[in-house]
Design a protein around this ligand. Structure first.
Ligand SMILES: [Zn+2]
Length: 94
């Protein structure tokens, strides 16, 4: 079963290394603490990668929800803004 799952994920993900890279950048990206060129790379990736786009969207929502609970975070809307920006890019493409 494990072997099967590995095989399936290989087929489903054309560039798993890029996905891993993208995912490792996501939390920094959402925190606004990412290197600008890395941020652009991630944005480009999620436009083409449905899966990472979903992951990033969920992560952004989770983060903004957490911040909403904390209340007084000064940059509480950052994740929302990022999610909106990505959402726009995604819609433009399709
Ligand atoms: Zn990906």
């Amino acid at each position: 079963m494990n072997v099967m799952r590995k095989a399936i994920s290989k087929i489903m993900r054309p560039s798993p290394r890029r996905c891993e890279e993208a995912r490792s950048l996501m939390s920094d990206y959402l925190e606004g603490e990412i290197d600008p060129s890395a941020g652009r790379k991630l944005e480009r990736h999620v436009r083409f990668c449905d899966r990472c786009h979903t992951v990033l969207g969920n992560l952004g929502q989770t983060l903004s929800r957490l911040r909403g609970l904390q209340g007084d975070e000064p940059d509480g809307t950052e994740a929302d803004a990022v999610a909106a920006r990505i959402g726009r890019g995604w819609r433009q493409r399709s």
